[in-house]
Structure formats: structure tokens, C-alpha cells
Design a protein around this ligand. Sequence first.
Ligand SMILES: [Zn+2]
Length: 62
Amino acid sequence: MMKCPNCQSKDLGKIGVNQYYCWNCFIELSVGAKTIHTHQVEEDGSLSSLDDLFDEQARQLG
Ligand SMILES: [Zn+2]
């Protein structure tokens, strides 16, 4: 079961192919082959990467 690397919540909504939204901390997650990428949605609608905030290990799937 996938969980948010930021808040560990499993309350994730699917918003697209391999894309999820965390309803708990409001970040967007995109799922790669083995890693989850994290993005913050800015006020203007653009995405900024949050990957630097997490260890590679924290973003591993499984
Ligand atoms: Zn979260």
C-alpha cells in the first residue's frame, strides 16, 4: 500500500495515470518505476519538486 512520504498518510486520491494527491498534506505524488516523486502545487498552479526534502529511501515504493 502506497503512503505519502511526507505525512505517512494513506489517504491518497488518484488524479491521473500514476499520479496521486495527498488529502492530508496537499502534495502531489507521481509514481515512477521504483520511486515516488513529490510535488507541491503552487498558488499559480505550477508544480515545484519536493524531492530534495526526502531521503531517496523514504520515496521508495513498497
Ligand atoms: Zn501527505
